[in-house]
Every structure is written in structure tokens, then in C-alpha cells.
Design a protein. Structure first.
Length: 71
């Protein structure tokens, strides 16, 4: 039973990482250096902490990008 649970957890973790990588591609950042990508994410995380307006602004940009999946 524990082995099955571990296997399912690994599959879920792998699927989540693949989806997150897909976001990097969708944002047009596929060929950027990993250090730059991490820096962008750390900076964004700092900017959205306690700033609901910035969080909402970035969420709107992301939602618009998801709305253009067919393009």
C-alpha cells in the first residue's frame, strides 16, 4: 500500500513539474538561463507579498495569456 501511495505521489509531483515547465515555455522564456528564470520568480514572489494590486495585475496578464491558447 505504501509503495502505491509513493508511486502516485511521484507521478503527481512529476506532472506538476511538467506543467510548471510549460508555463516557462508559454511565457516565451524557454531559452533563458536558469539563473535568470529563478531570479525573475524570486523577484516576482517578493513583489506580490502583501501587494494585492500587483498580484491581481499579474494574474490578469496570466489569465489573458491562457485565453490566447489557440494563437
Amino acid at each position: 500500500m505504501a509503495k502505491s501511495t509513493t508511486t502516485e505521489a511521484r507521478k503527481k509531483d512529476t506532472r506538476e513539474k511538467i506543467e510548471l515547465g510549460g508555463l516557462i515555455v508559454k511565457a516565451g522564456l524557454r531559452y533563458e538561463k536558469r539563473a535568470l528564470l529563478l531570479g525573475l520568480l524570486i523577484d516576482a514572489n517578493r513583489r506580490i507579498k502583501g501587494d494585492d494590486m500587483e498580484r491581481a495585475r499579474l494574474a490578469t496578464i496570466g489569465a489573458e495569456a491562457f485565453g490566447h491558447d489557440g494563437e
